[in-house]
Design a protein around this ligand. Structure first.
Ligand code: ADP
Ligand code: MG
Length: 466
């Protein structure tokens, strides 16, 4: 006899959605869809978020291209819309294979039970033996490779070519927002493409900890082991959170050994290498170090530019090249923040009906030009006036001797006063190479301390600027 839970997850699966739903009553189907939906969401958000925003969400109705979710308050609606809509859409797509438009309706009331007899709580986590949700948006194809992550990328490819056999575990570590989760999921998604039946489990380390605690409380350690030790691939994200969790570490140690002995690939991520994770058992450290450890560095300037370009392409946005570079230079380490900033700027510019140009994005950046009401082009005009030059000559290709000092002054001041990158300065000065800009900037930096004439020029130009 199948248990209710097994019926729920066994009978109802992704590709069966469209074929079986006609035979069943709409309400039953919605409940199963809802069940799967919440199960996946639960594996994707923190338990606090799940409790706050999802436990009282249920599927009100499902039409051809639209789904209506009933939620308890306007506040929940706003939060889901603002913070979780993309996830909701992705999960629904994963389950139904359809891009559904999501609408919300506010309802206060009891949630229906799955089969009317109230035997099972629909929101209890289910121990499935199926692949857990891998967000399909993270792929190798849309992972931009640069100096900061090319070793990790190569390691991911090696794992894909030979899962379980080349590097096990693959341990990816690095700061926040550098692409660890992306690369880890890309490995899973790539393998699933060629082998859709692989049992791959992706779990944030918090999910493993919660499952472990639940299993102890409900005396279901067998279920926990069946779930984690029977998979072909285990992806554990942010394993640094195992720190100090002795029981979890012990359970994971045995899971690890079992998976390794049957060549099931493991990919682990962390903010630090294993030996720097506090309160992590030595035997786990040495297991983790026994595979391949690769770090992902904060992305360098060129990689940041490439990532921004890729995002613009993906979203159908266009941003002028020098504006893109200015943005790439304004944040340096966290790609998530860089992407967030890009989207925020594009939205605001659209609202104001402004083009995405260098000057228009300046007001959105953290490092604002220090002189209010000034912009880099005004600085160039001021310098041209001061030296009695034509602006065209200052930024033009001519290499006359009298143009050298004004250009160097411009390079220095654009860098100091406007926090521009050498790349953007080069661009503004008529497409000059960034090494030329660095040379000019540094030359003035030195001369300022020793050369009276340069000191006078600086004082004069700055005072004209203000
Ligand atoms: P981490 O897990 O290291 O904190 P994530 O993998 O969540 O970082 O990445 C943060 C965001 O940046 C995600 O939207 C991800 O798609 C994007 N991202 C990170 N690295 C890259 C990359 N090399 N190419 C494209 N997008 C990236
Ligand atoms: Mg991550």
């Amino acid at each position: 006899m199948l248990s209710c839970q097994e019926k729920l997850c066994g009978l109802w699966f992704v590709d069966k959605f469209s074929t079986t739903c006609g035979e069943r009553s709409q309400t039953m189907d919605n409940l199963r869809l809802q069940h799967k939906f919440l199960e996946i969401i639960k594996s994707q958000v923190s338990s606090a978020n799940f409790r706050a925003w999802f436990t009282n969400t249920h599927i009100e109705s499902l039409e051809e291209n639209k789904i209506i979710l009933a939620i308890p308050s306007a506040f929940v609606k706003e939060t889901l819309n603002l913070r979780h809509l993309k996830l909701i859409e992705d999960v629904l797509f994963q389950i139904t294979g359809k891009k559904l438009k999501v609408e919300f309706t506010i309802k206060n009331g009891q949630l229906p039970k799955p089969n009317g007899d109230g035997e099972e709580d629909i929101f209890q986590p289910i121990r499935t033996h199926t692949t857990s949700f891998l967000n399909p948006k993270y792929t190798l194809e849309n992972f931009v490779v640069g100096l900061s992550n090319n070793v990790a990328y190569a390691a991911a490819q090696a794992v894909i070519q030979n899962p379980g056999l080349s590097y096990n575990p693959l341990f990816l570590y690095g700061g926040t927002g550098v692409g660890k989760t992306h690369l880890m999921l890309a490995i899973g998604n790539t393998l699933l493409k060629s082998k859709p039946n692989l049992k791959i489990i992706y779990c944030p380390s918090e999910t493993f900890m919660n499952d472990y605690v639940n299993a102890i409380q409900t005396h279901k350690m067998g279920d926990l082991r069946a779930k984690y030790r029977a998979c072909d691939m285990l992806l554990v994200d942010d394993i640094q959170f195992f720190s100090g969790r002795e029981g979890t570490q012990q359970e994971f140690f045995h899971t690890f050994n079992e998976l390794q002995s049957k060549n099931s690939q493991m990919v682990l991520t962390s903010d630090n290498p294993p030996n720097e994770i506090a309160k992590l058992e030595d035997r786990l450290k040495s297991r983790f170090q026994g595979g391949l450890m690769v770090d992902i560095q904060p992305p360098d300037f060129d990689t940041r530019v490439a990532i921004l370009k890729a995002r613009c392409m993906e979203k159908g946005e266009s941003l002028e090249e020098d504006a893109l570079k200015l943005l790439a230079s304004s944040l340096d380490s966290n790609i998530r923040e860089l992407e967030g900033k890009l989207m925020q700027i594009m939205q605001s510019l659209k609202l104001k009906n402004l083009e995405a140009t260098y000057e228009n994005i300046i007001p959105f950046l953290n490092h604002q030009p220090k002189k209010k009401g000034q912009n880099p082009k005004q600085l160039l005009s001021t310098i041209s006036d001061f030296f009695n030059l034509n602006l065209k000559d200052l930024v033009g290709p001519r290499r006359h001797k009298e143009l050298v000092l004004p250009r160097h002054v411009a390079m220095y001041l654009l860098s100091e006063e406007f926090d521009m990158t050498v790349e953007s300065i080069g661009k503004l000065l008529g497409g000059r190479d960034h090494t030329t800009v660095m040379h000019g900037r540094d030359k003035i930096k030195k001369m300022i301390t020793t050369d009276r004439e340069v000191q006078r020029i600086m004082i004069e130009v700055k005072s004209r600027l203000s």
